[in-house]
Design a protein. Structure first.
Length: 151
């Protein structure tokens, strides 16, 4: 995980509509940057829907929510439409941002070792500095925890 107090690595990725977004585009706003393993899986759907439900409150606190996974733009579009997600989903098929934020790691599932996304969330302030890091988060609880972290 990256350290609190350090500059968040900048990046440029396409969203669910194919529009490019850079972290630097959001200077002046707080950013909740969450990394999740896969669209349309149980945990990821719970997490995305909970962020969606709380999204107006994130906006009230001057924050944007950006979800990142290695899924394709097309997969993100279907996920967004299926659940009516009101925030941006970013596609990192090359895994460059997942690696830059140290969330692409070795995981064990039923004794089998594979590489994958460790569900993690970063809170980045208006100047692009990491102010909170949460690793191995619980999908249903994470959005409320991040809202609380915004104060």
């Amino acid at each position: 995980m990256l350290e609190i107090g350090t500059a968040a690595p900048d990046f440029t990725l396409p969203d669910q509509n194919g529009v490019m977004h850079s972290l630097s585009d959001y200077r002046g706003q707080k950013v909740v940057l969450y990394f999740y393993p896969r669209d349309n899986t149980t945990g990821c759907t719970k997490q995305a829907c909970a962020f969606g439900e709380l999204y107006p409150q994130f906006q009230e606190k001057g924050a944007v929510v950006l979800g990142v996974s290695k899924d394709s733009v097309a997969s993100h579009k279907k996920f967004e439409e299926k659940y009516g997600l009101p925030f941006t989903l970013l596609s990192d098929t090359e895994k460059t941002v997942l690696q830059a934020y140290d969330v692409w790691k070795e995981k064990k599932l039923y004794g089998k070792v594979s590489m994958g996304v460790v569900r993690s969330t970063y809170l980045i302030d208006e100047q692009g500095i990491i102010v909170k890091v949460m690793g191995k988060v619980k999908p249903a609880e994470n959005p409320a925890q991040m809202l609380e972290a915004l104060g």
